[in-house]
Design a protein around this ligand. Structure first.
Ligand SMILES: Nc1ncnc2c1ncn2[C@@H]1O[C@H](COP(=O)(O)OP(=O)(O)OP(=O)(O)O)[C@@H](O)[C@H]1O
Ligand SMILES: [Mg+2]
Length: 296
């Protein structure tokens, strides 16, 4: 390398939170002041008991929950509190939900196409989306192994298939960051491994930074580059999965018995912020007209 050539700058964090805290309007503390930085391409799993603050952290990362204090910085965008920044951040920050959040009466392909809406003005998206978007959506369906289901109504698919549609919709957004809140909580153990493995391989292939909450410690061990343990709204562990031992599990879950209970047998908790059904309906009514071709 020539002497006078500058050293390559270290890659900036994909996303970083600085003293971020969330207190809900009813006074409940969702997240105590927390500072974390996520490197590009890192596959991060959030572990913690019910009510620990995993969803609060995830949802604050894309502005679905407002921060009470602190700042969120995103590579190439800066603080998401700046004017227009949240919209740009959400364009490249995809979310996968526990209950899929798909629009049941639409086809699989139409659901995946909703991942492209952030790239179009409201007016433009009233018309059928461009061919390039449809090609991309089909490619995403192919990547999750559901190309042959493209024209099926999404509510005719199994739970595991629906979650794969949710993943296809997320990657159709061509995200830099993927947030997933208990994406395998509604699936049986074998399907959980397959679906999380799919998310992992796609994120690694595309260099997507992934932040995923889970209740299964063994899945965190299998897939995570880094595990963040959350307890009572604060980070109680941050390290590689190889460091998860009895002491760490006790720190995260309060006791080893609670940790074991959490792994497999804890029933998935319903989404609380806002209620999943309300969110689904809002999504449905806003998006249906935009992606259904208008009658001629
Ligand atoms: N919309 C809300 N209004 C008031 N309090 C809330 C709201 N959403 C969450 N909380 C509270 O904030 C705290 C953190 O909840 P959060 O949903 O982030 O936990 P979690 O770790 O995702 O739990 P789970 O594993 O059950 O999904 C809990 O005390 C919860 O009751
Ligand atoms: Mg949660």
């Amino acid at each position: 390398m020539p002497k006078d050539e500058p050293l390559a700058a270290a890659a900036p964090d994909a996303i970083a939170v600085d003293r971020l805290s969330v207190v809900y309007p009813n006074g409940t503390v969702g997240l105590r002041p927390t500072s974390l930085a996520f490197a590009p391409g890192q596959f991060v799993v959030l572990l913690g008991p019910s009510g620990a603050g995993k969803s609060t952290l995830l949802r604050s990362l894309n502005g679905l929950v407002a921060a009470t204090q602190g700042d969120i910085q995103v590579a190439g965008i800066g603080s998401i509190a700046a004017r227009g920044a949240l919209r740009r951040h959400r364009q490249r920050c995809a979310m996968v939900f526990q209950q899929h959040q798909l629009i049941g009466r639409l086809s699989t392909l139409q659901n995946v196409l909703t991942g492209r809406l952030a790239y179009h003005s409201t007016l433009r998206s009233l018309w059928p989306l461009p061919l390039a978007d449809k090609r991309l959506a089909l490619d995403c369906l192919d990547r999750v192994g559901l190309l042959d289901c493209a024209l099926k109504r999404v509510d005719e698919l199994s739970g595991g298939q629906q979650q794969r549609v949710g993943i296809a919709r997320a990657i159709a957004q061509q995200p830099r960051i993927l947030l997933a809140d208990e994406p395998v909580a509604s699936l049986d153990p074998a399907t959980s491994v397959r679906v999380l493995g799919l998310i992992h391989s796609i994120c690694k292939a595309d260099g997507i930074t992934a932040i995923i909450s889970l209740h299964q410690v063994h899945l965190a061990r299998q897939f995570a580059d880094r595990v963040i343990g959350i307890g009572a709204g604060r980070v109680v562990f941050d390290g590689p999965p190889s460091q998860i031992d009895t002491a760490v599990l006790t720190a995260i879950y309060g006791s080893l018995e609670s940790a074991q209970r959490d792994d497999w047998s804890v029933a998935p908790t319903p989404m609380t912020v806002p209620d999943a059904a309300v969110e689904q309906e809002a999504l449905s009514t806003t998006l249906t007209n935009r992606i259904t071709p208008r009658p001629t």
